[in-house]
Design a protein around this ligand. Sequence first.
Ligand code: IPE
Ligand code: IPE
Ligand code: MG
Length: 258
Amino acid sequence: MALVDVSRLPQHVAIIMDGNGRWAQSRGKPRTAGHERGADAVRAIMRAARRLGIPTLTLYAFSEQNWDRPRAEINALVDLLCDCLVSERDELIDNEIRLNAIGRLHKLPTRAQSKLHALMDATASFGGMTMTLALSYGGREELVDAARVLARRVREGSLEPDEIDQAALEASLPSMDCGPVDLLIRTGGEQRISNFLLWGSAYAEFYFTDELWPDFSANSLYCAIRAYQERERRFGLVPGAQHAAATNESRDELERAI
Ligand code: IPE
Ligand code: IPE
Ligand code: MG
């Protein structure tokens, strides 16, 4: 069992849950069987993260690009999502987990949207942990949507172009409601970001593992966190410097002081 220092936990863990299809295919099963086992892994990791005291967990469940998969696989994924949004209700409530979602949710079938919003409403007041599902999500799409919001505000006259700074852009990015990513985990052996949280991962620590998502266990999560805790995050500074100096505020102060 990997030992984790609970006083230095990543505040925001994001996971690219990859490898369900290969997990199933290597067992001679249909890809959908891998997605079903993947849902079990989601439950295990949600529990483990909550027990550890991680405040924010973001899970990449379905990308904007995944809409181009075979229709039968998409239908199975939507059915699975709907089932989980019902079956996990008590688990979320008992553990005071707030459910959140990002992505172009309007593209989901209405039955999935209504179950999603029902569970988000039922858990809205909880502060134990926020679990965000990225559904029909793409990092580029999110940035395009934010650019449109800001452009409309400029056209209406409520925003000057020069007022568009990092804070203004972030305020238009739903994924940034939970703050930047500290630790980004990808299972399944690929070492790429696949259009996940492009803005919020700017200074994330990446952890890639060959484990396929259905095999990813609580102990796998502890290993990832332990690896994170062994790294030094420098944010562009020199070793040992205060990380806070990398924030925009203090950078502005430094610029003024120079
Ligand atoms: C991730 O597993 C789940 C989704 C993208 C919905 P995959 O379905 O991508 O599994 P592999 O990568 O084909 O094994
Ligand atoms: C990323 O996995 C999306 C999710 C895990 C939901 P993909 O399997 O879709 O990514 P690629 O195709 O390997 O880049
Ligand atoms: Mg994949």
